[in-house]
Design a protein around this ligand. Structure first.
Ligand SMILES: C[S@@+](CC[C@H](N)C(=O)[O-])C[C@H]1O[C@@H](n2cnc3c(N)ncnc32)[C@H](O)[C@@H]1O
Length: 206
């Protein structure tokens, strides 16, 4: 589903309250994916489309207390659930793992090159204009910084969960994703699509 912001909000708004209880065992998969980004203490990282903030605690653990963790989502109910789960708050230095931004990842209130990395779980299929969204993520990451596109299950397993089959035009398929990333300023450096996870890692071109 790639969709406009209003439909994304409607879709996820009604799912926010029980989002975590639908996927209670995903925590270790998020932690494992975050460990592959190569974050260091003091780094600045954004969870793009953070939802209820499931990735925020491992991101905070990776960058430590001197690092910066931002979570951006355009569905207010998702951010409310993140606050309720104790994973973040809207103000800087607030309790929780990260600072939450009610924002479209296609238009972020973040300086050029301010971040070392972006993590995006379950995000890109929902972007109305993937090249433009990924270009905005490239804008806020320094040259050499990283992008991790993750899902706790692979494309085939996810399609089966929804009673569908994967199609060749799927944006997350490597042959489609690689040129889309390149157009947006990213170089795909590693790609895994297996039942137990989907993880595409890219580097911000200079
Ligand atoms: C499948 S959910 C994944 C949530 C979270 N990353 C996780 O792994 O649990 C996708 C999330 O992306 C958000 N989203 C979709 N398009 C967005 C956009 N353009 N800007 C910001 N957030 C967006 C939705 O509101 C939703 O919370």
């Amino acid at each position: 589903m790639s969709d406009d912001p209003t439909r994304v909000r409607e879709f996820f708004g009604v799912r926010a309250a029980d989002w975590d209880s639908r996927f209670p065992d995903d925590g270790p998969a998020y932690a494992a994916a975050v460990s592959e980004i190569g974050l260091r203490p003091g780094d600045a990282v954004l969870d793009a489309g953070c939802g209820t903030g499931r990735a925020l605690p491992p991101l905070r653990a990776a960058v430590g207390p001197t690092g910066t963790v931002l979570g951006a989502d355009l569905t207010p109910e998702m951010l409310t659930a993140a606050v309720r789960a104790g994973r973040g708050a809207p103000e800087q230095d607030a309790p929780g793992a990260g600072t939450l931004l009610l924002a479209d990842v296609g238009r972020l209130p973040v300086r050029d090159g301010a971040l070392d990395a972006v993590f995006g779980a379950g995000l890109i299929s929902h972007l109305a204009d993937p090249v433009s969204g990924l270009r905005e993520l490239a804008r806020v990451v320094r040259p050499g910084g990283r992008l991790a596109l993750f899902h706790p299950i692979g494309r085939a397993a996810l399609a089966a969960r929804h009673g569908r089959q994967i199609t060749p035009d799927d944006l997350r398929a490597e042959p489609r994703l690689r040129p889309v990333l390149a157009e947006a300023g990213w170089r795909l450096v590693s790609y895994v699509d297996e039942d137990a996870r989907y993880l595409a890692l890219a580097v911000r071109e200079g």
